[in-house]
Design a protein around this ligand. Structure first.
Ligand SMILES: Nc1ncnc2c1ncn2[C@@H]1O[C@H](COP(=O)(O)OP(=O)(O)O)[C@@H](O)[C@H]1O
Ligand SMILES: [Mg+2]
Length: 282
């Protein structure tokens, strides 16, 4: 029998009640994530981050989340109570955010944060947790783990902070990792290193990765499949290798808006949008 997907989403809708009215951020999307690298692309505001956060139920109280199905393996995330969600976060699904500064505790050394993240889900003593944390720091290619273990978040660089973040999110060995623009705050060299680490961990651990990015070229080369989002809906789903041959006019528009050596210095084309793209609701 085929294994169920790690994450299964059907007719997911997220709306925010704001002082200026209702914002429909996600409008009826369907997708599954298996043990693969699934990318979500789309322009700013298209609903990528809200989709990622909805799957961990990490949205503010002003959000209303509905779905026909929102399941992590066989666990119904919509019906799960707070205790069930706490035990799932980290252990079965983790999330890496764009900026590690907001996710690391400023008054605890980075090593202890990683060790505590491990102890939250495994019954081990402090010294075993420390050993695991040091191994994990080495896994994310931190050269002197013993030294870095005792640093506070403000003492590490942006690139190292992001690697610490990845270590903390991966040490409980989740089945699924959601990475929301994990490298956009980093320079190109460090960003390539972080991607290589993620890729290695996905391959070695057989993890699923939901990789959110506005960078089409990056997703085309890094992921296996891609969802293209616009206005809270999925315009199309395609193999990452076929992204550059996409036929949907929105995806073509996103691709045409990418600066290339040829277009450098010239005006970039303006994205045109057809209201009919959003008209076909179920
Ligand atoms: N907390 C919130 N309150 C109100 N609206 C929100 C909130 N978070 C996101 N939105 C809105 O939801 C839409 C999708 O946002 P988001 O998922 O962050 O876009 P993306 O990650 O694709 O740039 C946007 O219109 C955004 O303004
Ligand atoms: Mg976002």
């Amino acid at each position: 029998m085929a294994q169920p997907p790690l994450l299964s989403v059907r007719n997911l809708c997220v709306r925010f009640d704001t002082p200026r009215g209702i914002v429909e951020a996600v409008r009826g999307i369907d997708f599954d994530v298996g043990r693969e690298r699934l990318g979500i692309v789309g322009e700013s505001g298209s609903g990528k981050s809200v989709t990622g956060r909805a799957t961990l139920r990490l949205l503010p109280a002003s959000a209303t989340v509905t779905a026909d199905r929102l399941a992590l393996g066989d666990l119904d995330l919509l019906g799960a109570d707070a205790a069930a969600l706490r035990s799932v976060r980290g252990r079965r699904v983790s999330m890496i955010m764009q900026d590690p500064k907001f996710s690391l505790n400023p008054v605890m050394t980075v090593g202890r944060q990683i060790a505590e993240a491990y102890r939250m889900h495994h019954r081990v003593g402090r010294s075993e947790a420390r050993r695991r944390a040091l191994d994990m720091l080495a896994d994310v290619r931190i050269r002197d783990p013993e030294h870095v273990y005792d640093l506070y978040p403000h003492e590490v660089s942006g690139g190292m902070g992001q690697r610490v973040m990845i270590a903390m999110m991966l040490i409980p060995e989740p089945d699924l990792l959601i990475a929301d623009e994990p490298t956009s705050a980093l320079d190109v060299t460090v960003s390539m290193q972080v991607l290589a680490i993620l890729d290695d961990l996905v391959t070695r651990r057989g993890m699923g990765l939901l990789f959110i990015s506005h960078d089409l070229n990056l997703v085309a080369s890094f992921c296996d499949r891609v969802l293209v989002m616009y206005g809270g809906q999925i315009m199309e789903t395609l193999p990452a290798s076929a992204l550059h041959q996409a036929t949907h006019p929105y995806t073509r528009g996103l691709l045409a808006a990418l600066p290339t050596i040829d277009t450098a210095g010239r005006d970039l084309p303006v994205l045109t949008r057809d209201p009919a793209w959003l008209a076909t609701r179920r």
